[in-house]
Design a binder for this molecule. Structure first.
Ligand SMILES: [Zn+2]
Ligand SMILES: [Zn+2]
Length: 335
């Protein structure tokens, strides 16, 4: 099969490798769509270390083409989504259902070979059936959407509460839909790129704010009757975003972290005490792709508006460069 292999930071080779051989509980999937995530770009740039050579990619869907004899969950011919979190099932966190913070956690495309290939083999726990209403491309978006669903579930949104989302990249956009589904009232989307803000409105944000053109704090206060937002979702991953974040939150508010700054962040602690704010850390998603799939199905694939480009898998580096330059939102790779 052909695969996109990271041989060292900055170098991806698209070449012929052996198709994986499956074991008893494993499923062989022919990848039909895979999308590029910000994490892939960090890995490509060498800012996130992985053992090489590694087939990259963790957002993908495809068709089951072969099964081990122990597989009961899916059949040959089934359309599936790859659930990339690999957990041990026996550590303390796994035993209480918090698989995403498993002590022996691994991830497809990081510690195991990924979806930027014609085929992938995974354990049957790492596949989720793709409902017929959703396309393979939408299937690839289930994983990033699950990240937003997990964060919103973990943080909790008060009914009709005002939610300010920092960053309108793929995860910030997914967070709009997740917040709405969880009962949010007004959603404010904040991003310096106009094309992203346009998409944020299409996905249901009532208010969009460009920090280059307006004072974010003034506008958040204006739209909340001077109170501040009930929930802030940080999905930009920019250390800068944390600076004034507590000033955007109302009393008793919550700040949900999804974006992952790769540098230290600095913020004023005083408002946390004065307003009894909560800062809630989030790590990826649980194995709850099912919930995300259900939501996507109900919304008729609204999230596919995020797909701005489609490239053949061999052009993966071109796709990475587009993400680095902030061109496009979700780039779909088609093997
Ligand atoms: Zn991702
Ligand atoms: Zn575990």
């Amino acid at each position: 099969m052909r695969a996109a292999i990271l041989v060292e930071p900055g170098i991806i080779e698209f070449k012929e490798v052996e198709t994986p051989q499956i074991n008893a509980n494993e499923v062989l999937i022919r990848i039909r769509a895979a999308s590029i995530c910000g994490t892939d770009v960090h890995i490509f740039e060498g800012r996130w270390k992985v053992f090489t050579p590694r087939i990259m990619g963790h957002e993908g869907s495809g068709e089951v083409v072969d099964l081990g004899e122990g597989v009961t969950k899916v059949d040959v011919g089934d359309r599936v989504v790859v659930a990339p979190l690999i957990h041990c099932g026996s550590c303390r966190m796994c035993r209480v259902g918090r698989y995403n913070i498993c002590e022996r956690r691994k991830f497809v495309g990081i510690e195991a070979d990924g979806v930027f290939a014609e085929y992938i083999k995974v354990d049957q726990t790492n596949v989720e059936p793709l409902p017929y209403e959703l396309s393979f491309e939408e299937g690839a978006l289930v994983e990033p959407f699950s990240v937003a669903v997990h964060a919103v579930r973990r943080g909790g949104i008060p009914m009709n509460g005002t939610v300010a989302i920092l960053g309108a990249g793929p995860i910030g956009l997914c967070a709009i839909r997740a917040a709405k589904a969880a009962g949010a009232g007004e959603v404010l989307s904040i991003d310096p790129l106009e094309d992203r803000l346009l998409l944020a409105s299409e996905l249901g944000a009532e208010v969009v704010i460009n920090p280059k053109r307006a004072d974010v704090r003034d506008l958040v206060l204006k739209h909340t009757g001077g109170r501040g937002a009930d929930v802030i979702i940080e999905a930009s991953g920019s250390p800068e975003a944390y600076k004034g974040i507590a000033d955007l939150a109302g009393r008793g508010g919550k700040i949900i972290q999804i974006g992952l700054p790769l540098a230290q962040v600095c913020f004023d602690m005083l408002p946390f005490s004065r307003k009894e704010l909560e800062l809630i850390g989030c790590n990826g998603h649980m194995m709850d792709l099912e919930g995300a799939l259900d939501l996507m199905r109900k919304e008729g694939g609204l999230l596919s508006k995020m797909i701005t480009h489609r490239l053949p898998l061999r052009d993966v580096v071109k796709g990475m460069e587009m993400v680095m330059e902030g061109r496009g939102i979700k780039i779909m790779l088609l093997p």
